[in-house]
Design a protein around this ligand. Structure first.
Ligand SMILES: [Zn+2]
Length: 238
């Protein structure tokens, strides 16, 4: 095989790596944002539930206190029954007692509902807490790894660029300009194996004499459809 093609095969591996490194500059910060957001969301879930729980406990206490006061009021009213003189007084007192009883019963139902809600929150809060701590621990680890990657992208690109320049020097200018043009216009690999008597990239069929030339490899053969350089790879091409 021509040494230019051998060099280009190495070059396109480097170019692939360079493309990945450039892409990682975009997706690593996105991944990091998602990990941070997940930490924040689980922490917020825990904080909100904890706040709701403590508010519910305060409100339960005040409701219980209120019911206690109302029950004392009820006792007093019931005590007044003994000193009732007239039917009118009796009716008025009964109606007062009934309304306090009704109020107490309503509050007691509300207390039971709230107690159930508190119980549910108490059951969930430990899960939220451990979930939040676990998420933070795991995501922080991943964030550290990603940060390290992000920090080293620049120097990795420098290394690859240096390798790239090294290779370019060894390839003829004309071949290099074909490589750069196809890479820019088509993307992906520029040097591709012939496959099943066709271009391995665009599948355009290759005439037999070109296949013979690709096999010989004494000049660079390009696909007349996509412009990529074709090589013969035993086992893959035949
Ligand atoms: Zn092609």
């Amino acid at each position: 095989m021509l040494s230019d093609l051998e060099m280009l095969l190495k070059l396109q591996v480097i170019d692939y790596d360079l493309g990945e490194l450039e892409r990682s500059k975009e997706y690593i910060p996105d991944m990091m944002d998602n990990l941070r957001k997940e930490i924040q969301d689980t922490m917020e879930k825990y904080d909100t539930t904890e706040k709701e729980l403590s508010e519910a406990r305060v409100s339960l206490k005040s409701m219980e206190l209120e019911v206690k006061t109302k029950n004392e009021e009820l006792k007093k009213l019931q005590g007044q029954m003994m000193s009732i003189k007239t039917n009118k007084e009796y009716d008025a007192l009964i109606s007062q007692i009934d309304s306090v009883k009704e109020y107490v019963s309503e509050r007691e139902t509300a207390i039971l509902d709230l107690m159930q809600k508190i119980e549910e929150m108490e059951g969930g809060i430990d899960d939220y807490k451990s979930k939040s701590e676990e998420t933070k621990e795991q995501n922080d680890k991943q964030l550290a790894i990603l940060q390290e990657k992000m920090d080293s992208v620049g120097s990795k690109i420098d290394v690859k660029e240096a390798e790239r320049n090294n290779i370019i020097e060894k390839v003829s200018r004309r071949t290099m300009s074909v490589y750069e043009r196809v890479r820019k216009n088509r993307g992906g690999d520029v040097v591709v194996p012939a496959r099943k008597r066709a271009c391995g990239a665009c599948y355009k069929a290759l005439p037999p004499h070109l296949i013979q030339e690709i096999k010989r490899g004494d000049r660079i053969i390009t696909c007349d459809n996509c412009g990529r350089m074709l090589i013969w790879v035993n086992g893959e091409s035949d």
